[in-house]
Design a protein around this ligand. Sequence first.
Ligand SMILES: C[S@@+](CC[C@H](N)C(=O)[O-])C[C@H]1O[C@@H](n2cnc3c(N)ncnc32)[C@H](O)[C@@H]1O
Length: 262
Amino acid sequence: MPPLVPAPSRDSAVAALRAAGCVFAEDEAELILTTARTPDELAAMVERRVAGLPLEHVLGWAEFRGLRIQVAPGVFVPRRRTEFLVDRALARAPHARVVVDLCCGSGALGAALAAALGPVELHAADIDPAAVRCARRNVAGRGGQVYTGDLFEALPAALRGRVDILAANVPYVPTEEVALLPSEARDHEPLTALDGGADGLDVLRRVAAGAPGWLAPGGVLLVETSERQAPTAVDAFTRVGLTTELTVSEEWHAHVVIGTRT
Ligand SMILES: C[S@@+](CC[C@H](N)C(=O)[O-])C[C@H]1O[C@@H](n2cnc3c(N)ncnc32)[C@H](O)[C@@H]1O
């Protein structure tokens, strides 16, 4: 039976994406063409992208530190900028053996850390069951365990005082600024993944407060913030007794606060 919807050719896919306002229409068409397994799937993927779905939700995956991370609909799309956080974690704790990815979303950070470190004890957690299901697919092959729940409450108590790298890319958009985000984020990523409270730092402060009890001596907590939030985030880390440093990537315009348990 012929496909119900005629499959777009490369040229018509590019034209449809360009008309929908996709700036990188040719690159996106190439990715869609190489990901679609059937002509029907190709037509449906172009249609979803034209309707405004994030490219990664259309493809079902996002590239992160050279890995293909599966991203399910409704799950936060890992940003390339966050690779900087992973780079800093690896630089600070190259021999880490116990890794926790808190607020894990798709589990991109945990998967990337485990890929770089080799065999590690990997734990990840998120409050959103959709994110947890997605993260399980991304970390299962690396022996990772994924838990559902509110921050540290989700983790096994046996991890207390043993964590070498605690990576937490928490939601950090101030509530009033969520409405200003691009539609791809606002309409297709859950509010719990974006909204960090009045100044954007509510979740970060809770993570900082809990971290010293879970870090091993010398263990590091890393979070991403905006430039404007960075001084307050540094203060939150310092107040709980972590030795704190702010690192900045000009290339990615990324700000990562690192706290070490001394
Ligand atoms: C900005 S997204 C980051 C996801 C992932 N770490 C990444 O960088 O791709 C924040 C994540 O935090 C989760 N989250 C928000 N509040 C949480 C809480 N109280 N406990 C656990 N996870 C939470 C959201 O569900 C979302 O997946």
